[in-house]
Design a protein around this ligand. Structure first.
Ligand code: NAP
Ligand code: MG
Length: 402
C-alpha cells in the first residue's frame, strides 16, 4: 500500500511518562507505516517545558491557531513532588490550562463504546458527550470566611464610578461567602463551540442550568445560548435534522439516565467537572475516554482524557512489564488525522482514521485487551496483552481491514 500523503502539518505535542512511551509505539506501529506523516513537533515533556521556561507550550498553542489541528500527549501538571523529581525552575502551570487560555475553547469528552464492556446504565447504547465550559464560576472564585456578625454586600463599580450594590446577607454570626463571575464573551464562545460540535458530529445538543433559582447568573447562560442558536444555527440544525434542547439541570439529570445516549450534554464548568467523571465511570473505564478541545473559530486539539499513567511508567523504568491501554491516545491521533483529512479534502486520510478506530474496537471485541479492560469485560477468556503487544495486535487487525 502506498503511504497516504498529507498537505498541511498536524501540530504534534509530545508529553510525559507512560503516555510518552505509548506515543512513540503508536507512531511507529500504527501511523508511520501507513501515512506520510507531516507534523510540526513540539516537545511538551516536562524537562523541555522547564528548559524553555514553558515557552514551548505557548508556541505549540500558537501553531495550533495557525494550522488548525493538534494532537496532544498527556503531560504532567507539576506539583511540589514534581519540583524535586524534575529539579524545576518553577511550578509551571498546567499545559492544558495554558493551551485552553490561548485557543479559548470548550472541552468535549466522549466514551469509546465496545461490545463486552457494558455500561452501568444498561440503556446507554450510544455515547454521551459532555461539553464542559472551561472558564470561570467557582474555578475563579473569591472567598471569605466570615468571622462574625456583619453585613455582606455585592458591589460593582463601573469605569465611570457608578455603582451597583446588593445586600447578600446580614450575618448574625460566623459564616462563609463566595464571589464568582463569568463573561458574555466566554459564554458566547462556549455556546458557539457546542453548536459547531453538534453540527460536526450530527448529534442533538442538550443544555441545562439552574435558571429558576439563579434568575440572572444562570439565566444569562440560557439566554445567550438561545439567542446565538436562533440567529446563527437554527436553520443548519433543521437541515441536519438535529435538535437544540434546553431544560433545568435536575430534569436533565433524570433524562440522561433514562436516555439511550447519542447526544451532547453541555454543562457549566462545575456541572461538567462532576458529570464527566460520573459519565466516564458509568461507561466502564477512564482509559476509554476521548477528549477534544474545540475553539469557537474552528481550531481542534485532540487528546486522551487520562493522565500520564505514572504508576505504570515507574514499573516500565524498573524493566517490569506494563499493560497500559493506548486506545484513547490512538483515538487522539485518529481524531486529528480525520479532521486534517476533512479540512484538506484528503478522504483517504479520513478513511484511514476510521479504519484504525475500527481496528481498536475490533481487537478488544475479538478478546485481545489490556489488563484494566479485561477486568471489566464480559468476554469469557480475554487474552491480556502488554502495552506494546496490544498495539501490535491492533496493527494486525488494521492490516486485515485495509
Ligand atoms: P492517570 O494518569 O489518568 O492514571 C490514574 C490511574 O488510572 C492509573 O494509575 C491507572 O490505574 C489508570 N489508568 C489511566 N489511564 C490508563 C490507561 N491508558 N491504561 C491503563 N490504566 C490507566 O492519573 P494520575 O496518575 O492521577 O496522574 C498522572 C499524571 O498525569 C499527573 O502528573 C497529572 O498531572 C497528569 N494528568 C495529565 C492530564 C492531561 O495531560 N490531560 C490529565 C490528567 C492527569 P492502575 O495504576 O490502577 O492500573
Ligand atoms: Mg473532575
Amino acid at each position: 500500500m502506498e503511504k497516504i500523503k498529507m498537505t498541511t502539518p498536524l501540530v504534534e505535542m509530545d508529553g510525559d511518562e507512560m503516555t510518552r512511551i505509548l506515543w512513540q509505539m503508536i507512531k511507529d506501529e500504527l501511523i508511520l507505516p501507513y501515512v506520510d506523516l507531516k507534523t510540526e513537533y513540539y516537545d511538551l515533556g516536562l524537562e523541555h517545558r522547564n528548559e524553555t521556561d514553558d515557552q514551548v507550550t505557548v508556541d505549540s498553542a500558537n501553531a495550533t491557531l495557525k494550522y488548525g489541528v493538534a494532537v496532544k500527549c498527556a503531560t504532567i501538571t507539576p506539583n511540589a513532588a514534581r519540583m524535586t523529581e524534575y529539579n524545576l525552575k518553577e511550578m509551571w502551570k498546567s499545559p492544558n490550562g495554558t493551551i485552553r487560555a490561548i485557543l479559548d475553547g470548550t472541552v468535549f469528552r466522549a466514551p469509546i463504546l465496545i461490545k463486552g464492556i457494558v455500561p452501568y446504565v444498561n440503556k446507554w447504547s450510544k455515547p454521551i458527550t459532555i461539553a464542559r465550559h472551561a472558564y470561570g464560576d467557582v474555578y475563579k472564585n473569591t472567598e471569605i470566611k466570615v468571622p462574625g456578625p456583619g453585613k455582606a454586600e455585592l458591589v460593582f463599580t463601573g469605569e465611570d464610578g457608578t455603582q451597583i450594590r446588593e445586600t447578600i446577607h446580614n450575618f448574625t454570626g460566623a459564616g462563609i461567602l463566595q464571589g464568582i463571575h463569568n463573561t458574555e464573551k466566554s459564554i458566547s464562545s462556549f455556546a458557539r463551540s457546542c453548536f459547531n460540535y453538534a453540527i460536526d458530529t450530527k448529534q442533538d445538543l442538550w443544555f441545562a442550568t439552574k435558571d429558576t433559582i439563579s434568575k440572572k447568573y444562570d439565566h444569562t447562560f440560557k439566554d445567550i445560548f438561545q439567542e446565538i442558536y436562533d440567529q446563527e444555527y437554527a436553520e443548519k440544525f433543521k437541515e441536519l435534522g438535529i435538535e437544540y434542547f434546553y431544560t433545568l439541570i435536575d430534569d436533565a439529570v433524570a433524562r440522561v439516565i433514562r436516555s439511550e445516549g447519542g447526544f451532547i450534554w453541555a454543562c457549566k464548568n462545575y456541572d461538567g467537572d462532576v458529570m464527566s467523571d460520573m459519565v466516564a465511570t458509568a461507561y466502564g473505564d477512564l482509559s476509554m475516554m476521548t477528549s477534544v478541545l474545540v475553539s469557537p473559530n474552528g481550531v481542534y486539539e485532540y487528546e486522551a482524557a487520562h493522565g500520564t499513567v505514572q504508576r505504570h511508567y515507574y514499573k516500565h523504568l524498573k524493566g517490569e512489564e506494563t499493560s497500559t491501554n493506548g486506545i484513547a491516545t490512538i483515538f487522539a491521533w485518529t481524531g486529528a488525522l480525520k479532521k486534517r483529512g476533512e479540512m484538506d479534502n484528503i478522504p483517504e486520510l479520513t478513511v484511514f482514521g476510521e479504519k484504525l478506530e475500527r481496528a481498536c474496537v475490533k481487537t478488544v471485541e475479538d478478546g485481545k485487551m489490556t489488563k484494566s479492560l479485561a477486568s471489566i469485560s464480559t468476554c469469557e477468556r480475554p487474552v491480556v496483552l502488554n502495552s506494546l503487544d496490544f498495539i501490535k495486535a491492533i496493527r494486525e487487525t488494521l492490516d486485515s481491514l485495509l
